[in-house]
Design a protein around this ligand. Structure first.
Ligand code: FMN
Length: 138
């Protein structure tokens, strides 16, 4: 089966973190239905999300997410065909990072201190996948 893995970064619109739980519950509900798995990491108004599943389902979901006014400045970081899922246990895992979560990962700090699109994460999408994997297990 042809699977697609897609990673993007975006910024929360405004500063309404109270939307996070609503976003997450809709994500879990829809992703279960659509065979999508993945992980959403949030820190300081920044999102990093990976979506994986059947190509058409991932593209449909990403298209829907892209129109959501609760975030902005969406940057596509990676769109790759994959053989198997990296996040198969989560219809949408979620981690809200605190400063203390990054204490053991100093090299990731800069990705959350400046707008993600302004740093070299776009040029090094493997870092985005690494961050998502690290915090899906911590
Ligand atoms: C940062 C962010 C991540 C999101 N992730 C997902 C997701 O993984 N799956 C999903 O279906 N919707 C996701 N959404 C929500 C969609 O944009 C949209 O609001 C939702 O799918 C609509 O579903 P509903 O009609 O069932 O409420 C996300 C939204 C934001 C802002």
């Amino acid at each position: 089966m042809s699977l697609l893995q897609l990673i993007y970064a975006s910024d929360l619109s405004g500063s309404n973190e109270s939307e996070l739980s609503t976003i997450l519950s809709a994500s879990v509900r829809n992703n279960e239905k659509n065979g999508i798995t993945g992980m959403l990491v949030y820190k300081n108004g920044r999102f990093l999300q990976v979506l994986e599943g059947k190509k058409e389902n991932v593209l449909e979901t990403y298209g829907r997410i892209g129109k959501d006014p609760r975030h902005q400045s969406i940057v596509l970081l990676l769109k790759d065909a994959i053989e198997s899922r990296d996040f198969k246990d989560w219809s949408m895992g979620f981690k809200k990072l605190l400063d203390s979560d990054l204490e053991n990962f100093p090299k990731y700090v800069k990705y959350f201190n400046t707008t993600l699109k302004d740093v070299d994460i776009a040029a090094r999408p493997s870092i985005a996948l690494e961050i998502l994997k690290v915090f899906s297990t911590h």
